[in-house]
Design a binder for this molecule. Structure first.
Ligand code: NAD
Ligand code: IPM
Ligand code: MN
Length: 368
């Protein structure tokens, strides 16, 4: 059956536009010649939106995202944004978007790619074979709790609160266990149950959910220990389930383990429209210099094909093309390792597109 894919693209700030361009070209290349029609519309978010529209995310853009089948986001954030009020900063736009879409399940896979193992600071035998996925609760917790400031001068106090309900924990735990069933069937739930009451509730509900998945091994780990084990034994993890804040922190650590924050993609599911974004930020230090690694953005495209459009074959093609290009020796500066860098954002993306194009030429030739 042919599908019409309606996509809203929010390139955002810094390296966001650099990697979004590549991601979209990869999506077009994998769909080219097929039965699926892609309709995409670019809109503003973050600092770019604030400058043009006076807000980091307009109501019109939210409405367009809600109408779409999926949203692809590059990155938000700008050094000058510290000067504006917190509610108007780029990050507020992103949090508003996630909340408006209602996507509570953020999947962040981290994989060690064999050809660039030396991009990791860890011994190759420690990192090799790492293949884990962080399931981050994305719609609640400390990010969306009551937040305020009181007092003046030395009496000033800032307060953030973390709240989790049974329903919120149950639904994200189910996502983790369902995912584990299709993987190595191990869930490690990460919390701080020795201190936080939200974590104690979290653990209790995760155990309840686990009881319905007797084929999946479930264990709990305190977040401080998990931060250490992730570096010592990254291979021991399969599905890592955690709250919004812990997921934010440990996903960057997982990125460090496999070599670069530029390698990780993500899917945010469970709401009205699915959202896809690389895990990295706007990287102002390398923005617009053709240095950003587009792999995280390309992985996010593969995840979109798989999770939203159920185009497993196309998702696999994108992943295989990525593996081929890495195996051919191409490396952006962040994963240069001993061999050194030999590609920029565009050249790396072009190589992936060329692999996909060559495959579809072959398919056409075979069919005729
Ligand atoms: P960052 O991820 O932007 O950058 C951290 C480091 O990683 C930098 O040295 C950067 O050059 C490098 N890096 C990031 N992406 C890369 C890529 N694709 N290829 C190669 N190297 C890459 O994190 P930060 O510096 O803490 O934050 C910068 C801004 O981005 C802040 O405003 C922050 O709020 C925002 N941010 C946005 C998102 C998002 O939009 N989802 C995520 C994280 C941070
Ligand atoms: C991420 C980012 C965001 C987060 C920021 C930019 C709000 O760090 O997607 O990991 O903390 O969720
Ligand atoms: Mn983050």
């Amino acid at each position: 059956m042919s599908k019409k894919i309606r996509l809203v693209v929010l390139p955002g700030d810094g390296v966001g536009p650099d990697v979004s361009r590549v991601a979209l070209d990869v999506l077009r290349a994998v769909l080219a010649g097929g039965r699926h029609e892609l309709e995409s519309e670019d809109r503003l978010i973050g600092w770019a939106a604030y400058q043009a529209e006076g807000t980091p995310l307009s109501d019109a853009t939210i409405a367009a995202c809600l109408e779409a089948d999926a949203v692809f986001l590059g990155a938000v954030g700008h050094p000058e944004a510290e000067k504006v009020s917190p509610a108007l900063r780029p990050e507020a736009g992103l949090l508003r978007l996630r909340s408006a879409l209602g996507c509570y399940a953020n999947l962040r896979p981290a994989r060690a790619y064999a050809p660039i193992l030396d991009a990791s600071p860890l011994h190759p035998e420690v990192v090799s074979g790492t293949d884990l996925i962080i399931v981050r609760e994305l719609a609640g917790g400390l990010y969306y709790g009551k937040s305020r400031e009181t007092g003046l001068g030395n009496r000033r106090r800032a307060i953030d609160t973390e709240a989790y309900s049974v329903t919120e924990v149950r639904r994200i735990a189910k996502v983790a266990f369902d995912l584990a069933r299709a993987r190595r069937k191990i869930v490690t739930s990460i919390d701080k149950a020795n201190v936080l009451s939200t974590s104690r509730l979290w653990r209790e509900i995760v155990n309840e959910v686990a009881a319905g998945y007797s084929d999946v091994k479930c264990s709990h780990m305190l977040v401080d220990r998990a931060a250490m084990e992730l570096v010592l034994k990254p291979k021991s993890f399969d599905v890592m389930l955690m709250s919004n804040l812990f997921g934010d922190i440990l996903s960057d650590e997982a990125a460090g383990v496999v070599g670069s924050i530029g390698l990780l993609g993500s899917a945010s599911l469970g709401g009205k429209t699915d959202l896809y974004e690389p895990v990295h930020g706007s990287a102002p230090d390398i923005a617009g210099q053709d240095k950003a690694n587009p792999i995280g953005a390309i992985v996010s495209v593969a995840m979109m094909l798989r999770h939203t459009f159920r185009l497993e074959k196309e998702a696999g093609k994108v992943e295989a093309a990525l593996d081929r290009v890495l195996a051919s020796g191409l490396r952006t500066p962040d994963v240069a390792g001993r061999a050194g860098a030999n590609a920029g954002t565009r050249a790396f993306g072009a190589a992936v597109i060329e692999v996909l194009a060559a495959e579809s030429r072959l398919a056409v030739a075979r069919a005729s």
